[in-house]
Design a protein around this ligand. Structure first.
Ligand code: PBG
Length: 333
């Protein structure tokens, strides 16, 4: 004898709450708001100029004055923070990334200009050396090896210089051992106790960073890969140990990068440590959505929103996303 649906479900009908927009909204567990958005922007030298980035349609490199306008727009939209990434002139790049230490480099000039014009927005700067090295690595290259401790010394100095320029959060993306504790010590010694650290705690050796390397001009320079310092994509436990180490060293917030292919890591990090957890929806993730949308294969706007919501569901407190202003405008209605 076949059973009726009520006999099978015992009268439980999960579709009841899905029947109308109002009831779906009422029982929705996760929502995306503008408060979760961090907008990464790319910087170039010059005045009143932008450059397109082929692999990132809709994203541009901005001169400092344009970056100030972008920050003004972001603040108006309610986006809490921006993250800056510079495309440094090739003749300023060297083996040790020494220009990262220059108080007047592109990152620091942008920070000062944005702070002066838009004091209400948070500024996150990356202390990694890759925009400044002539080999595209995040650290100092000696005899084919990215040397850890000398890299940390450089990164620490870059971090202090960024804090002095007015950065609110230092976000080192280099994965060198010991850099969080070293940055914390140096910031405190220099009187920057209130400058926070967002650690790129679990940064994977990923193929999703391709378009970013075009954006900051490291694609043609990079020799070899970053597997000796980024985490192997197969490793969860190592990602947790790395997060624990960075928290012990003084990280205020941690990040998982890339985002979507590593949502399981976001969930594990959040559940294990209960600390402010962020994901970076990286350039390759952005490019994939844009490419499919441009071909008419997906509804880009809907996929953008659904993808960003998945980060909330996975436990993230916020997302670095190139979509930030578009999302904010959409949320504003
Ligand atoms: C390197 C760095 C990377 C990104 C930001 N800083 C990765 C890399 O070039 O290896 C990637 C961001 C993105 O892909 O959007 N310190």
């Amino acid at each position: 004898m076949t059973r009726s649906v009520d006999e099978i479900t015992g009268g439980k009908r999960l579709r009841r709450m899905r029947k109308a927009d109002w009831s779906r909204r009422l029982v929705r567990e996760n929502d995306l708001t503008v408060n979760e958005l961090i907008w990464p922007i790319f910087l170039i030298d010059g005045d009143d100029r932008t450059e397109t980035i082929e692999a990132m349609p809709g994203v541009e490199r901005l001169t400092v004055d344009r970056a100030v306008r972008a920050a003004e727009e972001a603040a108006k939209l309610g986006i809490p923070a921006i993250a800056t990434f510079p495309n440094i002139a090739v003749d300023k790049r060297d083996t040790t990334g020494s220009h990262a230490l220059d108080d007047d480099n592109l990152i620091n000039r942008a920070t000062r200009a944005i702070k002066a014009a838009v004091p209400e927005i948070g500024i996150i700067t990356d202390a990694a050396l890759d925009p400044f090295t002539d080999h595209g690595h995040d650290g100092v290259l000696r005899d084919g090896i990215i040397v850890n401790d000398e890299s940390v010394e450089q990164i620490v100095k870059a971090a202090v210089s960024q804090a002095a320029a007015g950065a609110d959060i230092i976000a080192p993306s280099d994965m060198m051992d010991g850099r969080i504790g070293a940055i914390r010590d140096a910031l405190d010694d220099a009187g920057f106790q209130d400058v926070a650290i967002m650690s790129y705690a679990t940064k994977f050796a990923s193929a999703y960073y391709g378009p970013y390397r075009e954006a900051i001009g490291t694609a043609g320079l990079l020799k070899g890969d970053k597997k000796t310092y980024y985490i192997d994509p197969g490793n969860t436990e190592e990602a947790l140990r790395e997060t624990e180490a960075d928290l012990d060293e003084g990280a205020d917030m941690v990040m998982v990068k890339p985002g979507l292919p590593y949502l399981d890591i976001c969930r594990r990090v959040k559940e294990t440590f209960q600390v402010p957890t962020f994901a970076y929806q990286v350039s390759g993730e952005y490019a994939m959505i844009e490419a499919a949308a441009a071909n008419g294969w997906i509804d880009g706007e809907k996929v953008m929103m659904e993808t960003l919501l998945s980060f909330k569901r996975a436990g993230c407190d916020g997302i670095l996303t190139y979509f930030a202003p578009r999302v904010a405008r959409l949320l504003q209605g």
